[in-house]
Design a binder for this molecule. Structure first.
Ligand code: ATP
Ligand code: MN
Ligand code: MN
Ligand code: MN
Length: 285
């Protein structure tokens, strides 16, 4: 089943149970059955039916806790809560097909209430195995992936908001709920798949957008700038996407972002720009 199909199968009672599990997941890694039934006051048979449905739709996972079953919301479960909330907020009328499955997200087409095409990005943090990430970061306790995932969506939304308010070329943010960010659809292709007829101009425009972020959004630095995170719109305008990993006031990161872009334009279009001059321009010195 597609995400849209699964979400449409979730009725009001299913939604209520799913949302309750999500809320209780901040206290319980797996919410015990007895806690859910006490909270909701449903009859046993009714609740069991709903839980089985949510489990079969893969919106919750389960594990034995002591002598009972515990439940935990999955990424697909979060996606579902987000779809319902974006709908209630009049941001998203209908979810469409998937555009891309990134390392850190699934990106979908959507339609707003005027039937305009929009994009919905569902964040996922920690898709790689628990163990790996715990080792890399040297963390001893279990990270709360749900919380981190939602924080990423909030971070991307806040960056896009400041950037849009300052007229940077980024997708306009339309709404945010749970792990999802709804944004303007930029029709075009990634920079790496585009043969530019005016590469100098495009590079200038990219740099001036990096400058807007730094100057007007509190020294905001993208942090993953590359030919993969720039879309060239059909009219030739470059749009910088994929912002959740931003940092503030990090000059090493700014240097790395610009190195990536200048290297790409140098290699593909034989344009040379002095990185120190570009950095000084961005910092306004
Ligand atoms: P990665 O794994 O590369 O870090 P990601 O999962 O963080 O990616 P994005 O880079 O934001 O996610 O988006 C993935 C892809 O979805 C983009 O490369 C682009 O093709 C498409 N996409 C994202 N946002 C938009 C948008 N606003 N308009 C059109 N296409 C988009
Ligand atoms: Mn990436
Ligand atoms: Mn990306
Ligand atoms: Mn990314």
């Amino acid at each position: 089943l597609t995400l849209a199909e699964r979400a449409s199968l979730v009725g009001p009672l299913d939604y209520k149970v799913l949302k309750t599990i999500y809320e209780l997941n901040s206290n319980y890694e797996y919410v015990p059955y007895s806690v859910i039934i006490n909270k909701l006051g449903l009859v046993e048979r009714e609740l069991k039916e709903v839980l089985l449905k949510l489990y079969n739709l893969k919106l919750v996972s389960k594990e034995k806790v002591l002598k009972e079953t515990g439940y935990r919301i999955t990424f697909a479960g979060l996606d579902t809560l987000a779809i319902k909330k974006l709908y209630a907020n009049k941001v998203l009328n209908k979810l469409g097909i998937i555009i891309g499955e990134g390392k850190e997200s699934n990106v979908y087409f959507g339609y707003d209430f005027s039937d305009e095409t929009i994009v919905v990005k569902f964040h996922r943090v920690g898709r790689t195995s628990y163990k790996n990430i715990r080792k890399i970061r040297g963390i001893k306790y279990k990270e709360d992936w749900i919380k981190l995932t939602i924080e990423n969506a909030e971070r991307e939304f806040s960056a896009l908001s400041c950037l849009t308010n300052n007229y940077a070329n980024v997708p306009k943010p339309l709404g945010q709920a749970y792990n999802a960010v709804a944004m303007e659809y930029i029709q075009g292709n990634e920079l790496y798949r585009t043969n530019l007829s005016n590469p100098e101009e495009v590079l200038e425009e990219i740099i001036s957008n990096v400058r807007i972020a730094f100057q007007y959004c509190g020294k905001l630095v993208h942090g993953d700038l590359s030919e993969y995170n720039i879309l060239i719109r059909e009219d030739g305008k470059p749009y910088i996407i994929d912002w959740p990993q931003w940092k503030k006031d990090d000059e090493d990161l700014l240097f790395r972002d610009l190195t990536n872009i200048l290297y790409y334009f140098n290699k593909k279009y034989e344009i040379y720009k002095d990185i120190d001059q570009v950095i000084n321009y961005i910092k306004g010195e």
